[in-house]
Design a protein around this ligand. Structure first.
Ligand code: HEC
Length: 112
């Protein structure tokens, strides 16, 4: 078998891999930096409708039992796009996918 692409292709592929992995790292780093901000947002802003104890109010309960039948992907989508026709607003202007996933992680934990 011959190596048809040559070394410059290999360099290109490794550069691409490095770029995509550092983009993912940057995403995680931003979530880490904003962690306490996100926790506050979850408690205060989400809590204003869903209840400070997440047991529900205007919005439905956001406790692990209540969300067990929904996948992380669906919950991230609901957070980013809201639920049209209900009071649940879209958060896409304020949150990235990684940040919405972090909030889903918070919803999956029982309230301490
Ligand atoms: C202005 C009020 C309001 C705010 C603020 C709000 N929500 Fe909601 N949310 C709702 C309402 C109302 C529903 C229920 C809609 C329905 O199904 O009737 C809902 C539904 C949801 C659901 C779906 C729950 C389920 O069982 O299907 C999730 C998840 C959710 N909200 C997460 C959040 C998160 C996370 C935040 C903060 C980033 C937030 N919400 C902020 C009003 C709000």
């Amino acid at each position: 078998m011959t190596w048809r692409f040559g070394p410059s292709f290999a360099v290109f592929v490794s550069a691409l891999l490095l770029l995509t992995s550092s983009a993912a790292l940057a995403d995680d780093a931003i979530v880490k930096l904003r962690q306490s901000e996100l926790e506050n947002l979850f408690e205060q802003d989400c809590g204003s409708c869903h209840g400070l104890t997440r047991k529900g109010g205007l919005g439905s309960p956001l406790l692990p039992e209540a969300l067990a039948d929904k996948s992380d992907e669906v919950l991230v989508e609901i957070i980013l796009d809201g639920l049209p026709g209900t009071a649940m607003p879209p958060w896409r202007p304020f949150l990235t996918v990684a940040e919405a996933s972090y909030i889903v992680g918070l919803m999956r934990k029982p309230k301490p």
